[in-house]
Design a binder for this molecule. Structure first.
Ligand code: MF3
Ligand code: CO
Length: 279
């Protein structure tokens, strides 16, 4: 394996093609979960759906057994003020909740990692707006990424998009500082970190063969979080609602290629006037 500047794993085009296979499995799994979310379902049933889908697609759930204490499930299921790393179980989803589902899989040794936040039934407009802004900030990050640029270009694009958006009740959004996106490849978490705030032109160079998971975690209130007694679930310190979106992506000479998006990100990038890197 080739490692470049600061221990960043550099993938060959063939290896990126393998990451695309893993990414598509993660993307398909999250689409099935999106369709399954409704009032009355448990987070545990979503986890079972994800595990079945990943295993029958030839993958291995990457979260299962990860870290310490070992993460006990295939997905992270984080409801309302839970931002990330929620443990699925008996919790029943109710009308008005939002659930963030994070999912990772390994296929043939290569990782994909992605997350979506989904509304359960009818959700308050302010929370829908939070979801929209969080997802859009991630795409702004991809749009700012180019070969020869820096990781800070992505971070800055996310932060400046979020701070440019009017807050539904006149406050400001919380952009988590304690958790970041990351390099990804033969392991789920690799250097470099990809913070959701920062300065353009700073940080490691964006070069060919890099793969990054970009994952804004945004709240309607404070950016401060606490970890629950289960030692995993990350909750907003002020109880405010939160959203989380994530995709794994790479840069080819043509442009960004979103490895966990079913269409590679082509449609969304085109709408932003950004060339598609996936062909
Ligand atoms: N996939 C998460 C991330 O985006 C991390 C999941 S932690 C685990 O970085 F324990 F659930 F694996
Ligand atoms: Co991630």
């Amino acid at each position: 394996m080739l490692f470049g500047e600061r221990g960043i794993e550099i993938k060959s085009p063939d290896q990126i093609a393998k990451m695309r296979v893993a990414g598509l499995l993660v993307g398909r799994t999250l689409e099935l979960i999106r369709e399954a979310v409704r009032p009355g379902v448990t987070t545990g049933s979503l986890d079972a759906l994800a595990e079945d889908t990943i295993r029958s697609g030839g993958g291995i759930p990457s979260f299962l057994g990860y870290g310490y204490p070992p993460f006990p499930a295939t997905i992270c299921a984080s409801v309302n003020d839970e931002v990330v790393h929620g443990i699925p179980g008996d919790r029943v989803l109710h009308d008005g909740d939002v659930i963030s589902v994070d999912c990772g899989a390994i296929v043939d040794g290569w990782h994909g990692d992605a997350a979506i936040t989904v509304a359960v039934g009818e959700v308050e407009p302010a929370v829908l707006e939070l979801m929209r802004i969080t997802e859009e900030s991630m795409w702004q990050g991809f749009a700012a990424a180019r070969l020869g640029g820096n990781v800070g270009d992505i971070s800055h694009a996310i932060e400046s998009y979020v701070t440019s958006q009017p807050h539904p009740s006149g406050g400001s959004f919380g952009i988590l500082r304690d958790y970041t996106g990351h390099g990804i490849g033969t392991e789920m978490h690799q250097p470099p970190n990809v913070p959701n705030f920062g300065k353009p032109g700073k940080g490691p160079k964006l070069r060919r063969g890099l793969a990054l998971a970009v994952e804004p975690m945004i709240t309607l209130g404070s950016r401060d979080t606490v970890v629950a007694e289960d030692e995993w679930t990350v909750i907003t310190a002020d109880g405010s609602m939160s959203a989380h979106f994530e995709h794994t992506f790479t840069l080819t000479p043509q442009g960004p290629w979103i490895l966990t998006a079913l269409d590679g990100g082509e449609e969304r990038l085109a709408a932003m006037g950004v060339p598609f890197g996936g062909r």
